[in-house]
Design a binder for this molecule. Structure first.
Ligand code: PEP
Length: 244
């Protein structure tokens, strides 16, 4: 089955009004001629209004990097899914390894965020991935399987995107080989509906994107560092589009 291609940028905690404007304008211009792949940027909360203003009517979607599992209430500093909807977000990243590690998000909390997103018709990009220690102990499938099972049994996975992001490859300049990525994607694929888009993330650059995207179960990428450079992000999107 032919699945959609998607290349999504995760800006993390980077950006400014001036820098974002340049980046978004360049991405919009470059994406205009791109067929066969959807592009999206996941911006910090304060810049969602700017992303909406710059991207509305373009071929580029936008989203957030996190959200609360609660729908509203006394949760100081949190952002609700309805607020993301107000700003036209199509996507929200849930369960990024930085959230799991630095902010102690549990599988159950990630699952609750996932369900809240799906219920409010925002597509969650669910991140799963093992640490280097877990990989070296031969526990990769156990770990990503557990992270996915926490969610698959609950939400409507047909409306979600899955991202395999080995923790040891994120922001590390070190990436999984295409074969390593394919092996985990094939494992994950067996647990989700056949149409589910599965992205690879972890130091994807214009140079390594073609080989990684060439793998049969890799449908695109979740891009951190390289998504902050318009030419690199667009080159990666072109590599996904060439997959056909
Ligand atoms: C990420 O944080 O989702 C990511 C993939 O980062 P990078 O591309 O910088 O490794």
């Amino acid at each position: 089955m032919k699945r959609n291609r998607l290349v999504a940028g995760n800006w993390k905690m980077h950006g400014s009004l001036a820098a974002n404007r340049k980046l978004l304008d360049a991405i919009v211009a470059g994406a205009a001629g791109l067929g066969g792949v959807e592009c999206a940027v996941c911006a910090p909360f304060p810049y969602l209004a700017q992303a909406a203003e710059c991207l509305r009517g373009s071929k580029v979607a936008w989203g957030a990097q996190n959200m609360s599992e609660h729908l509203e209430g006394a949760y100081t500093g949190e952002v609700a899914v309805s607020m993301l909807k107000d700003f036209g977000c199509r996507y929200v990243i849930v369960g990024h390894s930085e959230r799991r590690q630095l902010f102690r998000e549990s599988d159950a909390q990630v699952a609750a965020k996932f369900v809240a997103a799906v219920t409010h018709r925002i597509t969650p990009i669910l991140c799963v991935g093992e640490t280097l220690e877990e990989r070296e102990a031969g526990r990769t499938e156990e770990v990503v399987g557990r992270q996915l099972d926490a969610v698959v049994n609950k939400g409507e996975f047909a409306q979600a995107v899955l991202a395999y992001e080995p923790v040891w490859a994120i922001g590390a300049g070190r990436t999984a080989t295409p074969e390593q990525a394919q092996a985990v994607h094939a494992f994950l694929r067996r647990k989700v509906p056949s149409e589910t888009v599965i992205l690879y993330g972890g130091s994807v650059k214009p140079q390594n994107a073609p080989a990684i995207f060439g793998m049969p179960d890799v449908d695109g990428g979740l891009i951190g560092g390289a998504s902050l450079v318009a030419e690199d992000f667009l080159a990666i999107a072109r590599a996904a589009a060439r997959k056909g």
